[in-house]
Design a protein around this ligand. Sequence first.
Ligand SMILES: Cc1cc2nc3c(=O)[nH]c(=O)nc-3n(C[C@H](O)[C@H](O)[C@H](O)COP(=O)(O)OP(=O)(O)OC[C@H]3O[C@@H](n4cnc5c(N)ncnc54)[C@H](O)[C@@H]3O)c2cc1C
Ligand code: SF4
Length: 445
Amino acid sequence: MPAEFPVERSETAFTDYKLPLSPAQAAVEAGRCLFCHDAPCVTACPTHIDIPQFIRKIANGNDRGAAKTIFESNILGMSCARVCPVEVLCVGACVYNDLDEPPIQIGKLQRHATDRAFDEGWRFFKAGAPTGRRVALVGGGPASLAAAHELRRLGHACTIFERRDFLGGLNTTGIAPHKLKADRSVTEAAWVLEIGGVELRTGAEIGRDVSLADLERDFDAVFVGIGLGADSRAKVPGEDLPGVLGAVDWIERMKLGDAGLAGVRRAVVVGAGNTAMDAARELLALGVPQVTTLYRGTEDAMGGYAHEWRAARVAGVRAEWRAVTTAFEGAGRLERLRCVRVDEARTPVAGSQFTLEADLALLAIGQSRLGAVLAGLKGITVESGIVRVDAHGFTGRPGWYAGGDCANGGKEVVNAAAEGMAAARAIDRALAAGGGIGRKEVPRG
Ligand SMILES: Cc1cc2nc3c(=O)[nH]c(=O)nc-3n(C[C@H](O)[C@H](O)[C@H](O)COP(=O)(O)OP(=O)(O)OC[C@H]3O[C@@H](n4cnc5c(N)ncnc54)[C@H](O)[C@@H]3O)c2cc1C
Ligand code: SF4
């Protein structure tokens, strides 16, 4: 793994928000599971891990078997155990919720088994017999890693093209450090690729260093997992002032190096999605005394999960609802945001102007979409920057598949893993049936 992050990074100040279970706690929690038939927790998981089966194995003292069950369905099961919004997925679906009992702590049990697999160096998978076919994976985030692992199990040679110097995508650069730190994400990527047979081309950007024509010439199929792009801009005066930054950009600086918060006393985060909630909590935790979120809608309509907002509010984050910023101002660097209240139609309310003093403003109002990089490839449809695919990740152009944020518009790591794996299986079926680049695509079963 080429990346060497500084040992002292701003993110290393964070400790885990959700503490791991001790072996005794894991045994007790596993023993509570009802091992439901047609378990709703399994349906709620995008990778459909056999949750009752892995929990039963933990209850029987078989952590190794539990880890294998998890990784069979989701090779990124270690990071997903920490980063998945389980409250709205498996844990939210647990039958105990209907019985007025605490739901099973599935994420923590998954972490118990997968952390052990990492710590003890357990390995479960081997590459399949070589097929002689080559697949390119564009991007080295969760979607491509999951796809590459599955393709190797099926015997296809893989090459990952990643424009950065390291793997993991947003799992490395974006996830809140109280869930997962950058070095653990790159360690996971290396662990996944220990299956062997994956050539790494880091520092190689498709569309700049390597052309689409190169990929078509050299490979039998391509999986595109390029995620989303830079933070969206607010398009109001003053947003180029020092002290106004994109939230995803700032989170990356904080995770990989220095958050640059010396002298910052008041920060405003514009937006109310999960990135905004993360950024606000991270600013407070790193010692900024006053952190305010500014959102044009109401609390009920915010994009972030209710549990994330609850945690932010408990930590001390304040919110201004139904308000927008009209200008960032300051002499040489940010000093204040001019703001105005808006009505339901987002029309400014006359006479409602107010000012928020701030040394730092983070824009968390979305990310650009990168699908345009595929423009010009006949058969591929890109709508508002999102690559259109079918349920198997097929783009419509023979041999070309996509998954993860670039195709779903921005979901979770577990969705990227599920889509990468589904696309890998579809690529395998297409290649086995004589399809692939330059050939007539064979319909998938
Ligand atoms: C701040 C933030 C916090 C988040 N928190 C959570 C969370 O707690 N839990 C959760 O489940 N999800 C979370 N997510 C979402 C999650 O990170 C993504 O859904 C997931 O990483 C998507 O995986 P991906 O592989 O599709 O894309 P990415 O992770 O974005 O990876 C794409 C990779 O492609 C590379 N790339 C892009 N263009 C090119 C090119 N032209 N050539 C070569 N390489 C290229 C990029 O450098 C990147 O490494 C968060 C997202 C953000 C922004
Ligand atoms: S729904 Fe809850 S109790 Fe039932 S199998 Fe899943 S975790 Fe166990």
